[in-house]
Design a protein around this ligand. Structure first.
Ligand code: GLA
Length: 740
């Protein structure tokens, strides 16, 4: 049984293949956390609870003369404010009487088969039998625990999704206002994880535009280490994910926990080490600029957090996240179907194109085996630069005299699919839409709004705004053959104020906007089930599990430099499956960095993702055109291996600190085939040979290398291999191994 409750000990045990999560209805019906980590059988962990009289840590009234039990020191499942726990709380409310406290005690619970859903938000789903590969036969269990504050009547439901085979536990919470007055909800996180002892490092993924998901490993210290986003998107600046590990943990060994937020808006995440050396990890919606009014009978649901644990280091933990996201977050036709190799015109033309130019790019691409042309920004309204046109989703006849249907027909006639760029959530002041509906933009009355890339943000909390976007997008998608949409979002949000909401509801706007984005995406994906959406926010500014629910791949970064991409894709790979990473070969010198890299290297790096091109192929010399043909056919050949295989970071943790190369591999599920990749990042005179140890092979099998050598899996993994001819600036090596 994945979830059990022992009536006499009052202990909940959540078991997955390799982990155990335990909690207990403890003294005074307080829900206490007992354990999360490597699987334990045959014992319950209430013996880990301790209690001493800790000065300045008070005691619940019921404890009477016992000064050893304090909410300030006991591990808890979902701590709230105002009742004696001075650590980071999950919940802050202002009650109808103005008091700011919530004291939740256990009432009842329910164990049900299948995954829970969250109203209006993505969540890990349990879709038995819907996997063409036939490896998706899980069957998860949900535990819902009802708690209540006896003095106000406020009710809290904690939800746990247990995915046994995947070693994943999901968490979310729901607050019900069962009081008689209005409650103001000022903070509501999704998860708290109390660890009673241990020295921990935290790894998180920070960055900036065109430099997303840089890894940073920090030892925790007393106090709080936290990060988050207040930009209205999950952001380039901090990915909504964290890892917690021991100082000794490496790629291949050691304890590590992972958490990722299934949400695309503001978030906060972090860890607090408190007075007794205990660690509290937390994640949820950022409480700043957040305030929800709950009338009697109203509920508020938090987004979900996906958690997993491994005692075998980061690679194993990554594999667990890759599987759950690939198989139980990503949806739709292109979840498993091979996605077309695409060419995008952005870096080839920017705004300066017409039908003739696009067709020239497309016909050269078709000749070289590329399968889809994506028309990027600039095809609509008066969009000849980034100052105007957003919101006017009508084709520009000066650029495309035969419209999108004319263009797509010509591209289809070349044997290619056609894709189109949209930035639905935005509005330019210089647009027909803004002139007609200035109140559709987020703006604070009486203030000049903050501009970013000269654009304002549409108020996605409004139904009329979403209806307009749905009408425009579905009209375009129905009147031309469009197989793919690149859904962009190119600024951080600001000036948070909705003209459609009363003053007391303005604290809801950030969250309501994200719910609006999900609602529109849901409507479109239901109306156009065969459409493939690629997410984007100035590259990877909204690379999160929630967006992956609607778009199985996300443009990973606006930085297309192959060397920079190594680090961006490395950080992304800790939580997200490789197939979710949109990655293209672009022109050199690279438009973002000016760096020159070999064409082959650009191909090898872009193949660690959903592959495509972003340049004018007509400008390439013949030998590079031949290389395009080979890359496209190699990518098709290795598609299953890259998208469904196990991904290995071969450098070891900290690949970007003092190493001269970056290496990674893909190994098929049956371990019969592997693809090894390596890029030299620092060329030296008189260079040393490069040795790497391969991973994930069958130790007993014998593998044939492309050069004809036959070596055992154990030799390749334990003794390693010298990489042939790896010298030269930014040279790449890619080779295949096949078990005999
Ligand atoms: C963003 C995207 C780019 C491109 C431009 C168009 O920056 O990340 O790929 O689509 O917008 O304006």
């Amino acid at each position: 049984m994945a979830v059990t409750y022992n009536e006499s000990t009052k202990i909940f045990t959540l078991q997955t293949a390799e982990t155990t999560y335990q909690m207990m209805v403890g003294r005074y019906d307080i829900l206490q956390h007992l354990y999360y980590g490597k699987r334990v059988d045959g014992s319950t962990m209430e013996y880990l609870l301790w209690g001493t009289d800790v000065g300045f840590s008070g005691n619940p009234y019921e404890a009477e003369g016992d000064r050893t039990f304090s909410l300030d020191t006991q591990p808890q499942e979902y701590p709230s404010q105002g009742v004696g726990d001075y650590r980071t709380s999950c919940l802050e409310v202002v009650n109808p009487d103005g008091s700011m406290a919530a004291d939740f005690r256990y009432v009842s619970h329910e164990i049900t088969k299948g995954a829970y859903t969250i109203t209006g938000m993505p969540a890990v789903y349990d879709e038995e039998g819907n996997n063409s590969l036939g490896n998706n036969s899980l069957g998860s269990t949900t535990l819902s625990i009802l708690l209540k504050d006896a003095s106000t009547g406020l009710e809290l439901v904690l939800k746990y999704g247990v995915f046994e085979k995947e070693d994943v536990i999901t968490r979310a919470a729901e607050l019900r206002n069962s009081t008689e007055g209005t409650v103001s909800l000022e903070k509501m996180l999704s998860v708290c994880l109390d660890m009673p002892f241990g020295k921990w490092d935290m790894i998180h993924f920070h960055g900036r535009h065109a430099m997303e998901r840089q890894t940073e490993r920090t030892p925790l210290c007393h106090g709080t280490v936290s990060f988050g986003s207040k930009r209205g998107t999950s952001s380039h600046h901090h990915n909504p994910s964290l890892l917690l590990c021991t100082p000794q943990t490496t790629e291949d060994a050691g304890d590590c926990y992972g958490m990722t937020f299934v949400y695309s808006g503001n978030f906060i995440a972090g860890a607090e080490v408190e007075q007794m050396g205990q660690t509290r990890v937390f994640m949820g919606i950022h409480p700043e600029s957040f305030c929800f009014r709950l009338a009697p009978g109203d509920t508020f649901e938090t987004p979900q957090v996906i958690m997993s644990y491994s005692d075998k280091g980061f690679t194993d933990l990554s594999h667990k996240f890759h599987k759950i996201i690939r198989d139980h977050i990503c949806r739709g036709k292109y979840k498993y179907a091979r996605r077309p190799v695409l060419i995008n015109n952005w870096e080839a033309t920017y705004f300066d194109f017409n039908e003739e130019k696009i067709l020239k790019i497309a016909s050269q691409a078709a000749e070289l085996g590329i399968e889809m042309l994506v028309l990027d920004d600039g095809w609509f309204g008066k969009r000849n630069g980034d100052c105007s046109g957003l919101g006017d989703w009508f084709v520009n006849p000066d650029k495309l005299p035969e419209g999108l249907s004319g263009l797509s027909e010509k591209i289809n006639a070349m044997g290619m699919k056609f894709g189109l760029w949209f930035e639905p959530e935005m509005i330019s002041e210089d647009s027909e839409l803004y002139r007609a509906h200035p109140d559709w933009a987020l703006r604070i009355p009486g203030r000049k709004p903050n501009r970013s890339r000269f654009q304002l943000v549409l108020d996605m909390s409004r139904r009329d705004v979403r209806d307009y976007l749905f009408e425009r997008m579905s009209d375009i998608l129905s009147n031309a053959r469009i197989d793919y949409v690149k859904w962009d979002m190119n600024r951080s949000m600001c000036d948070i104020y909705s003209a459609a909401l009363p003053a007391e509801r303005q604290g809801e706007v950030y969250h309501r906007c994200i719910l609006g984005v999900y609602e529109l995406l849901e409507r479109l994906t239901s109306a156009f089930p065969d459409l493939m959406i690629e997410g984007c926010s100035g590259g990877g500014g909204r690379f999160d599990a929630a967006m992956l629910y609607y778009s199985p791949q996300i443009w990973c970064s606006d930085d297309t430099d192959a060397v920079e991409r190594l680090e961006i894709q490395y950080g992304t790979s800790f939580l997200y499956p490789i197939g979710t990473v949109g990655s293209h070969v672009s022109a050199c010198p690279n438009h973002q960095t000016g760096r020159i890299t070999p064409f082959h290297t650009r191909g090898v790096v872009a193949m660690a993702g959903s592959f495509g091109y972003e340049l004018d192929l007509n400008t390439l010399p013949q030998n590079e055109k031949e290389e395009v043909k080979k890359q496209v056919s190699d990518y098709k050949k290795y598609y299953e291996l890259i998208h469904q295989g196990a991904y290995y970071r071969l450098n070891g943790a900290g690949a970007f600190h003092g190493q001269e190369f970056v290496a990674w591999s893909f190994v098929s599920e049956d371990k019969k085939q592997a693809l090894v990749n390596l890029v030299i990042t620092h060329t030296r005179a008189n260079s040393k040979p490069v040795f790497i140890k391969l991973k994930g092979l069958d130790a007993a099998a014998v593998y044939r290398l492309e050069d004809g050598r036959c070596l055992s899996g154990s030799a390749l993994m334990n003794a390693g291999i010298c990489i042939p001819s790896a010298s030269g600036e930014y040279r790449a090596v890619q080779f295949e191994l096949n078990a005999q």
